[in-house]
Design a protein around this ligand. Structure first.
Ligand code: DX5
Ligand code: ZN
Length: 214
């Protein structure tokens, strides 16, 4: 069970300091790359991710919400990301993207928007280390958890077996994390529930305790 706080709703003008708040308690740091095309929001790209990686001991869990991951995704592995997630909807050849990410030494992961079925998953499993089930529409933090994604998490766990990690992203909080864990998720992105709380480190610990009991 791993907690991966998302910095999206933190103070992005002081990124290193925000990440330092969860260093030592979080398992990874979740970095949302958005390009204003795949999603209607724009965050940061490769140079920022590279500098963040150089300035933290936390493992970087990079979530690419961008067009053309076939072209851009491997570079995030090359700068030292621990895990690189691309969206299945954006990839021209998902197997090749996953293999190209792995060839950099990073873990490869594919993300599924709420409306995207899992049909391709069987075929992709050999090339993936993790899948990400979106529990909100990608693009913004602070949205409500979509509880109708719970059966999809369960189905993903059936297809993936026990080896592949399943990450959930969107609206994950003390109120929703246990049902995700019970459905089979083992990696939990938490953005606003961590960074909009008064004490991000304490919130990470609280979330970890909840899932350790699930
Ligand atoms: C949304 C991003 C998420 C976001 C989650 O598209 O992928 O990682 O930061 O934020 P919360 O936890 O507030 O829903
Ligand atoms: Zn994300």
């Amino acid at each position: 069970m791993l907690i991966s706080p998302s910095v999206l709703n933190s103070n992005l003008g002081a990124l290193n300091a925000e990440i330092a708040k969860v260093d030592g308690v979080a398992d990874m740091i979740h970095l949302d790359v958005m390009d204003n095309h795949f999603v209607p929001n724009l965050t940061f790209g490769l140079p920022v991710v590279r500098d963040v990686i150089e300035n933290t001991s936390l493992r970087a869990d990079v979530h690419l919400m961008i067009d053309d991951p076939d072209r851009w995704a491997p570079a995030y592995g090359e700068v030292g990301a621990f895990s690189v997630t691309f969206h299945i909807e954006a990839a021209r050849n998902p197997s090749t993207v996953a293999r190209d990410i792995r060839s950099t030494g990073a873990r490869s992961a594919a993300a599924f928007k709420p409306g995207t079925g899992l049909e391709l998953l069987n075929f992709l499993v050999p090339d993936l280390d993790m899948i990400l089930i979106m529990t909100v529409e990608p693009g913004f933090g602070g949205q409500s958890f979509m509880s109708d994604m719970i059966p999809k998490i369960r189905r993903a766990r059936e297809i993936c077996g026990t080896e592949i990690w399943i990450e959930v992203d969107g609206g994950v909080s003390r109120d929703t994390i246990v049902e995700c864990a019970e459905a089979g998720a083992n990696v939990f992105v938490a953005g606003s529930s961590v960074y909009q709380s008064g004490d991000p480190a304490a919130e990470v610990v609280a979330l970890a305790q909840l899932v350790s009991r699930a």
